[in-house]
Design a protein around this ligand. Structure first.
Ligand SMILES: [Zn+2]
Length: 143
């Protein structure tokens, strides 16, 4: 069944078994995880970064931006999480999905071009990339 509400939970580590309709948010790992809100049970990982998702916490509720599009799952569900409520998008055609994905890749490329230029002018402290942090986090979950 499609969920209409989601409860947010700030956690240090993402639990092994996820509850339905709960958005687990790890600030340390800058990642949010939830089970697909269509009820199919797939785990949806949304990294929080300037090129991925933005998480907004207003003191009571959370919002994720942009929408969550589970194109790689059979359910292909697509929804927004806004102030702890779930807004479902209409079914998208394959062509529309391809367009959204292409736009995503382009904006990511533009972002990394800009930050690469910055790197040549100053030497920022080394920070592990999102994949490093994610790997660390997955490692922690297994241990
Ligand atoms: Zn699903």
């Amino acid at each position: 069944m499609k969920a209409t509400r989601i409860e947010h939970r700030f956690v240090d580590a993402i639990p092994e078994t996820l509850e339905d309709e709960v958005l687990y948010v790890s600030i340390e790992f800058t990642t949010a995880v939830h089970k697909c809100l269509c009820g199919c049970g797939q785990e949806v990982v949304t990294p929080i970064s300037p090129t991925d998702w933005k998480l907004t916490f207003d003191g009571e509720t959370v919002s994720l931006d942009p929408s969550v599009g589970n194109w790689s799952f059979d359910c292909q569900s697509h929804y927004w999480i806004r102030r702890d409520t779930v807004r479902w998008a209409g079914q998208m055609s394959e062509e529309q999905i391809a367009k959204v994905r292409e736009k995503d890749v382009r904006s990511k490329a533009a972002y990394f071009d800009a930050s690469c230029q910055k790197v040549t002018h100053s030497a920022p402290a080394h920070r592990p990339g999102i994949f490093g942090r994610l790997a660390r986090w997955i490692g922690l979950r297994r241990s």
